[in-house]
Design a protein around this ligand. Structure first.
Ligand code: 4BW
Ligand code: 4BW
Length: 149
């Protein structure tokens, strides 16, 4: 019994991340050359606090959050909204993301999701493929806990 549970756990942990991710066409994103004002609009309208930044060839460049935008337009005495349309997203985004590939095992995602709310997943050549979110990971985890005898 114990060994069959361990086998099942190992099998789930080894499945590729591509089987668990939200695919690229369903993920809100902005382009690297967009202005911060446009990114703020997409973030506000989509309801997400952070989204991926892609280049014109759909390659992953980084991620941008509402906090990064606010920080960039924070003046000494006020928030300088008029600067929103002169700052390009790639100058203020977080470009230092963990490398996660479609063929990586789910286990790698599990480790990284402790410190990230979502992971950007790419093909080997850097083309954006989708995201792995904490929500999906926790749903998998819950399913596993409740269905394992
Ligand atoms: O529009 C939403 N629909 C649903 N079903 N859930 C939502 C939505 N917006 C937020 N949530 C929930 C999710 O549980 O709030 C959590 C935190 O959202 P966030 O971070 O701060 O905007 C969501 O958790 P999650 O699904 O594990 O997603 C983690 C993070 O991944 C989100 C957001 O930054 C990013 N993300 C998720 N789906 C995305 C997305 N970014 C762009 N496009 C998507 N489709
Ligand atoms: O300062 C940080 N240190 C560390 N180690 N991780 C951080 C820090 N700031 C953000 N993070 C990471 C965490 O993984 O980014 C995630 C999203 O942060 P958030 O939502 O959008 O500010 C963090 O995920 P989490 O630790 O699971 O926290 C989820 C949310 O809970 C945070 C924030 O809204 C709230 N939160 C967590 N710790 C908090 C807090 N709010 C106030 N004070 C705290 N100490």
């Amino acid at each position: 019994m114990v060994s069959s549970i361990n086998d099942r756990r190992r099998a789930v942990l080894q499945t590729p991340i591509s089987e668990h991710m939200i695919s690229a066409e369903k993920v809100a994103h902005v382009q690297a050359g967009n202005y911060a004002g446009h990114a703020l609009l997409v973030l506000t309208k989509s309801g997400y606090s952070a989204i991926p930044v892609l280049d014109s060839s759909f390659r992953l460049k980084g991620l941008i959050s509402i906090g990064m935008i606010t920080d960039a337009i924070l003046g000494l005495e006020r928030i300088e909204y008029e600067r929103l349309d002169s700052i390009e997203v790639d100058s203020i985004m977080d470009g230092d993301l963990p490398e996660v590939y479609v063929h990586d095992p789910f286990e790698k995602g599990l480790d990284l999701l402790v410190n990230h709310t979502f992971l950007c997943v790419t093909e080997e050549d850097g083309t954006f493929a989708g995201i792995l979110t904490r929500r999906v990971m926790l749903k998998e985890f819950k399913k596993y806990i409740y269905t394992t005898p």
